[in-house]
Design a protein around this ligand. Sequence first.
Ligand code: 3SK
Length: 518
Amino acid sequence: PEPPPAEFNYAEHLFQRNRGRAGKIAYTDDHGDLGYGELEQRARRLAAALRALGVRREERVLLLMHDCSDWPVSFLGALYAGVVPVCVNTLLTPDDYAHMLEHSRAQAALVSESLLPTLQAAMDKGRHELGAILVSRPAGPLPDGARSLEATIAAHEPLAAPARTLADEPAFWLYSSGSTGRPKGTVHSHANPYWCTALFAEPVLGMREDDKVFSAAKLFFAYGMGNALLFPLAAGASVVLMAERPTPEACFRRLTEQQPTIFCGAPTGYAGLLASPGLPPRDAVALRLCTSAGEALPRDIGERFTAHFGCEIIDGIGSTEMLHIFLSNRPGDVRYGTTGKPVDGYELELRGEDGRPVPDGEIGDLYIRGPSSAIMYWHNREKTRDTFLGAWTRSGDKYSRDPDGYYVYAGRSDDMLKVSGQYVSPFSVEATLVLHPDVLEAAVIGVPDPDGLIRTKAFVVLKDGRRGDAGLEAELKALVKQHLAPHCYPRSFAFVDELPKTATGKIQRFRLRQQESE
Ligand code: 3SK
């Protein structure tokens, strides 16, 4: 694809693409529909309001909102005005938001009413003052200093023209959490979403104007933002947004009542859907395509989902740093148990400990070269230097490539174990454990044995009503020995009620390691 022009505003780019479909529904949320024409008008009114409130070009605003159509209005309104939205997870603590306010120096906040007390608690903890607080969908009177987003939008005429932003300048931030330290402010340009759409959404997913998309992953995650904002708006498609937690029941309701054609989830979510007694029959949904990311999709889950719904899950991997997916299966060419092949336009390398490419079949660290990589981590030179290495980005994931060119996930770099001098991928042991009919989920870490040698330990969540005992442990050991190399089977087990996870549903093995060493 052609690169975007040097002067490029991503919000204006999306509006231009949709000027012929003003009456078409862009968003259906828990309160109703919003057409494409209204989306543009509301975003441009908000852009004018931000200017009137004194927010200047390049300044940041905090976007702390549950999924609803005010989210894309706020995001695109800010971009249109040349203001930089800092899109944050709605599940964090006042401490986290206090850090994010100080770190981003946000001049204003756009916030859901139910999150306002948390934001206020964050403001009380920190030293950074917000110039304006705009509240989405307030049900009653607002405290001093906060105003209604709706009334603010209504009080302004649409901004006449977009800010003359450059393709390469900061457009928005996402916070990326690693296994240690504070989340990092990952700065993306106006060009980056353009590239993810041109390289992934159009040629790989083939998202179309007649699609209706429903993403269980929320808009503040890079994955959710691509699924439910960047890609469908570029295609002129419609989107279903849901504010509540993506429980199986909540997802089933949208899948059956709204009839989306594309569903975007994560492996744990798919496992939950398949295990739920409310699983709707195939003919109750209209799915033509599903996607998965966040962590590798176990083969068994993909196969069972396809057997039930007759629809493939396109498993891929992306990152907050690359904005979206750079390695993926393809519709019609899905090989479950692998993450597919590199997306055209991205170059991938698997490097060994000496920094040189490893041969097929060997595990290496994944590096990516492609046009959608973030500009930097804000105010963090050390981590920026560590991750963004010239044209290459270090992903922190380990992979091997099979002789047919498909990539097989081997875990996070920092989760990998070396047992008896050999790599053990916790992911492959976990994927084997979940083949047992009693097992819902599993996480594997390395723990030192009395000799100080690393041995694998499995934390296992059982399905409702199942009991963990010595008999089951023996069965699980035998299962792993049957599928994987002898050094891989867990020497010990803990049967637990749940696993520690990030807000995106990734298992936090480092928490289990901390727990073990206490
Ligand atoms: O976790 C992933 O695979 C992912 C995919 C798309 C965008 C962002 C992320 C982290």
